[in-house]
Design a protein around this ligand. Structure first.
Ligand code: SF4
Length: 289
């Protein structure tokens, strides 16, 4: 019998994810707080609801095609909530026990998002290649890209569609540029992994029941790769010096770190230095924004 302890996993190389790249573009100081200081953020009910709905849609596609109907999807909400919230007191704390109606009302709001999904497409007619797909690729420049794709549809002809569900509370107009950045990020990763430019990038906004489809082309993805490389170089430069500046915008309304932000009269904690091994990863909440 082998008594050796299991070998420790090697530290993962620093990589760029769409969420952290968007953070840096929006506000370098926000990137620092999340990826370098790794300050905890209290999740909001809307964020957690997004994660719940994403998980329900993922499980819906593991059911036989004929069972992918609204009633079945909504039946999944409560057990998936129980499963996801177990071991996450910061999630259950969002619903203090003295008013069970609040959790009930929140689950009903998740039902409405599930209903909105079914208004946009019929999952009985779809056969995704993967849901919640982890992807990772290295660009020629050495920049490592990493992320999770909500759903990947591949036609028998080989055409690829990338699907992302949007469940966030921020108005669609504010989040649209960020969402398109994220989709192009995935398009680059898939193009480099599979040698095929995705035919369609599809955003499904469940809060307002609208879908947006976009067709990227190769020249655009080449340019976008350069953008990603430039962002990563800028992150590394700031990481060496600790010079992550605040960049206030209307998105500050959704920032958990105003009390530490000089733009709001706060003082950031002392710079802890560039983290090893792995700044830039995504959390379960990031994946469902
Ligand atoms: S409050 Fe605004 S400027 Fe300050 S860290 Fe957050 S996003 Fe950046």
């Amino acid at each position: 019998m082998d008594d050796q302890p299991p070998a420790a996993e090697p530290p993962r190389r620093p990589a760029l994810s769409p969420s952290r790249a968007s953070d840096f573009k929006q506000c370098p100081l926000l990137y620092r707080f999340r990826a370098v200081d790794r300050l905890p953020e209290v999740p909001t009910r809307e964020q957690v609801r997004g994660t719940l709905v994403h998980s329900v849609l993922e499980r819906l596609f593991s059911l036989p095609q004929a069972e992918r109907v609204p009633g079945r999807a909504k039946e999944l909400l409560r057990p998936v909530w129980t499963e996801l919230s177990s071991g996450r007191p910061e999630w259950t704390d969002l619903f203090p026990g003295d008013d069970p109606g609040e959790l009930h009302g929140w689950l009903e709001s998740a039902e409405r998002l599930v209903d909105a999904y079914f208004q946009l497409e019929d999952p009985r007619r779809l056969d995704p290649e993967a849901c919640e797909l982890h992807v990772e690729t290295e660009l020629g420049s050495g920049v490592l890209l990493r992320g999770y794709i909500d759903r990947l549809d591949v036609a028998p002809t080989g055409e690829i569609r990338v699907v992302d569900y949007k469940t966030g509370a921020a108005p669609r107009q504010i989040g649209e540029a960020k969402a398109m950045f994220q989709m192009k990020f995935y398009a680059v990763v898939l193009w480099r992994l599979r040698g095929v430019v995705p035919k369609q990038l599809k955003l499904m906004y469940l809060t307002d029941g609208q879908a947006l489809a976009y067709t990227p082309d190769e020249a655009e993805l080449v340019r976008f790769e350069r953008t990603l490389e430039a962002i990563w170089q800028a992150i590394l430069r700031a990481g060496r010096t600790g010079d992550f500046r605040p960049s206030p915008s209307k998105l500050c309304d959704w920032c958990s770190h105003q009390s530490r932000c000089p733009s709001f009269g706060g003082t950031p904690p002392e710079y802890p230095g560039w983290p090893e091994p792995d700044p830039g990863d995504e959390s379960i909440l990031d994946r469902a924004d």
